[in-house]
Write a protein that binds this ligand. Structure first.
Ligand code: HEM
Length: 464
């Protein structure tokens, strides 16, 4: 693997970041933003780049050492400012809580983080596996009749079954959860123009605004009653809503309705959206790599077989975990993580002014030839336990890092193993249109078009 440390993290001399000419950059970004950013990252080899998008001129940060500086070493200087790219839309949807910055974030992180530690999550494995299994049962009919399914829709249904039961104590019904997921989908997609033109004031109408507002309205309609009920009848349950209901701010006050609503909205989104988004990429990848698929099937057959997935299986699903780690390398849902520069700083020899935007991208760094061998090849062996340690912690950061590091990484790992093992212990699949899907231009990394497939029940010799 290329040695990230050996690449210059910057130079001791100060200088402006290179900036690709806008007349070439803009058409390329409009055509294929994902590949263009990877190409730019590769051309710059880890140096900071300035993207000249007219009135908006953010820096693209790809070197792991620079990522570490922003996410960890000098984190106080790089904020998820609620007026900046991406975070402005996030703030409109999820307010000043866990997905924000400052005192509201401190309180929410203190309240939410303990719910997702391995100690709290591991005892929930059986319940999660049983919810997943119940949801997967509903695919038997499609497998029997050969009816094609939209795997993203099915995965979101499976995830909603698990999440509503385990983390929301069935306070949100599965049909409501699916309406929420669909509204979230609209938020992520309709925020695109505000994302790309973050300096436009709110009073100037932009495409997608109406859809965004309608989706927020749906979310409030579904979640506010849940919040109000929890406030009316506090309980000692340890689901997300009841936990927020009992929580206190740093100065001892209970959270008001708006603050509770903000964190319920945020927590529902992060527990659903990311997991199904990343697992949707798995099937086209397996279809393209039959040798990887066979090894995965063999492991699941040996470890799980025809039995329901249970806690004892998970430590044995080593190859499954390697496949998931590689999936997160190539398709991290949080593909762009912008920050606002607070005070002047120097990064990689480039002076940064207060107010500038820096864009970090796990998607780009994790596909750069400077930091990965054959970055465009899907190869789970990179994550084999006997592989040498990666040269730099931040050459792979699908879950971010530093104080804002994802609190759901352990949950994702368990939940994704359970879902993949449950599905593949029962079905094989055939894609209707083979090929790796094109990513959608949206705030998170999703497939642009449906991934449709037919399911084939796994045949096993009848027991003697
Ligand atoms: C594939 C699965 C997931 C990926 C790749 C992922 C990725 C990320 C990333 C990159 C961040 C950092 C954002 C930033 O630095 O601005 C983050 C934050 C967060 N994630 Fe995840 N996430 C995943 C699943 C989950 C799940 C299942 C949960 C459920 C608890 C979750 C909860 C959160 C929360 C609450 C934050 C905000 C943390 C903070 O700012 O203090 N995530 N996630």
């Amino acid at each position: 693997m290329p040695d990230a440390e050996a690449k210059p993290a910057g130079t001791s001399e100060l200088g402006e970041a290179k900036s690709p000419p806008p007349h070439r950059l803009l058409p390329r970004l409009a055509r294929d933003p994902h590949q263009t950013l990877i190409d730019l990252g590769n051309q710059a080899g880890g140096a900071l780049l300035r993207l000249d998008l007219g009135l908006f001129r953010p820096y693209l940060v790809t070197h792991p050492a620079h990522v570490q500086h922003i996410m960890r070493d000098n984190v106080g200087n790089y904020t998820r400012d609620g007026n900046s790219m991406l975070w402005r839309s996030v703030r409109r949807a999820a307010g000043d809580g866990i997905l924000s910055e400052g005192p509201g974030w401190v309180t929410s992180r203190r309240i939410m983080q303990p719910l997702f530690t391995p100690k709290r999550i591991d005892p929930l494995i059986e319940e999660m596996a049983s919810a997943v299994s119940d949801a997967v049962d509903e695919l038997d009919e499609a497998a029997r009749t050969g009816q094609p399914i939209d795997i993203a829709a099915e995965l979101s249904r499976i995830v909603c079954h698990a999440v509503t039961r385990v983390f929301f104590a069935d306070k949100i019904s599965v049909p409501d959860a699916l309406r929420l997921v669909s509204a979230q989908d609209t938020l992520v997609t309709s925020a695109k123009s505000r994302f790309l033109v973050p300096f436009m004031p709110d009073f100037v109408p932009m495409p997608g605004d109406r859809a965004f507002r309608d989706a927020l309205h749906t979310i409030d309609e579904l979640l506010l009653p849940v919040v109000r009920e929890a406030r009316r009848r506090p309980s000692d349950s340890d689901d997300v809503v009841a936990t927020l209901g009992r929580a206190r701010t740093e100065d001892g006050h209970e959270l008001d309705e708006q603050r509770m609503r903000d964190d319920v909205v945020a927590m529902f989104a992060v527990t659903t959206e990311t997991t199904y988004a990343v697992l949707t990429w798995l099937w086209p990848i397996l279809d393209q790599h039959p040798e990887i698929a066979d090894r995965l099937y063999d492991e699941i057959e040996t470890v799980v077989g025809a039995a329901p997935v249970d806690r004892s299986h998970l430590p044995e699903l080593r190859y499954t975990r390697m496949v998931l780690d590689e999936l997160l390398r190539m398709f991290p849902p949080g593909w762009l993580l912008p920050r606002r520069v607070m005070a002047a700083d120097v990064l990689g020899g480039v002076p940064l002014k207060p107010g500038a935007t820096v864009i970090l991208s796990p998607y780009v760094t994790q596909r750069m030839a400077a930091f990965w061998d054959r970055p465009e090849v899907f190869d789970p062996e990179r994550f084999a336990p006997d592989q040498p340690k990666r040269a730099h912690r931040y050459s792979y950061y699908p879950f971010g890092g530093g104080p804002h590091q994802c609190i759901g990484a352990h949950l994702f790992s368990l939940e994704a193993q359970i879902i993949v093992a449950t599905l593949l212990s029962r079905f094989r699949f055939r894609l209707r249109a083979p090929g790796i899907p094109v990513p959608k231009v949206a705030a998170s990394l999703r497939v642009r078009d449906r991934v449709e497939m037919t399911l084939l029940p796994v045949k096993r010799p009848a027991a003697a």
